[in-house]
Design a binder for this molecule. Structure first.
Ligand code: AMP
Length: 216
């Protein structure tokens, strides 16, 4: 089973993708994570992408589709969760080709519907454990012991450089202008299901499970 999680920054795509990996043995394919890894490694792709990402704009379609193709070739176990890809009509078309060439199909497109004003607050306050990646939030989810990760005990945390108010606004605009318009492509194929992304994490998870089980 291969699915796309669609929604603006902060909608909860990453959180739900992580959960589906654990519960279903699926594989998260996050182009954002792949690009951040490339930036950290200082690879040619990373060097090209960094300024664009810092500005909250979209990296070129060819770069991200190539990253997805490479990742698909490494195997996708119980299925792929596309998180943050596709983000443009050209990427949606590229994904069709990438899946077809590998005898794979797309089974569900899940749109996480959210309120933009609340998202800015969500994204601005979020940070992760630098060691294990567990997510926290300045207001909504603090570690139980201040400054210590609940999961691994690390005292090092990190924030994404593009999670500031100004860049978040640009990322939202990019979503509205370039990503939301790809929904009709999948709607005509009957693949789109909508979930209230403002509900708490467990409710969103239940709604997604119901969709994947054909009850949504
Ligand atoms: P994300 O982690 O999905 O929020 O992505 C972080 C940043 O990486 C975005 O703001 C873009 O600059 C870039 N990016 C991630 N995925 C894509 C994509 N599919 N197409 C273009 N740019 C992307």
């Amino acid at each position: 089973m291969n699915i796309i999680l669609l929604g603006p920054p902060g909608a909860g795509k990453g959180t739900q993708a992580q959960r589906l990996m654990t519960t279903r043995g699926m594989v998260q394919l996050s182009t954002g994570d792949m690009l951040r890894a490339a930036v950290k490694a200082g690879s040619p792709v990373g060097l090209q992408a960094k300024a664009v990402m810092d500005a909250g704009q979209l990296v070129s379609d060819d770069i991200v589709s190539a990253l997805i193709g490479e990742r698909l070739d490494q195997g996708i176990g119980g299925g792929a969760i596309f998180d943050g890809y596709p983000r443009t009509a050209a990427q949606a078309e590229a994904l069709d080709g990438l899946l077809e060439a590998r005898d794979q199909t797309l089974d569900f497109v899940i749109e996480l519907e959210v309120d933009e004003a609340a998202l800015i607050e969500r994204v601005e306050g979020r940070y992760t454990c630098a060691r294990c990646g567990t997510g926290y939030h300045d207001r909504f989810k603090l570690p139980k012991v201040p400054g210590v990760c609940d999961v691994c005990g690390s005292t090092e945390f990190k924030r994404r450089p593009d999670d500031n108010a100004e860049t978040v606004r640009t990322r939202m605009q990019e979503y509205r202008a370039k990503t939301a318009p790809i929904l009709p492509i999948y709607q005509v194929r009957g693949l789109v299901h909508r979930v209230d992304g403002m509900a708490d994490i467990e409710h969103v998870a239940q709604s997604i499970d119901a969709i994947l089980a054909g009850r949504g």
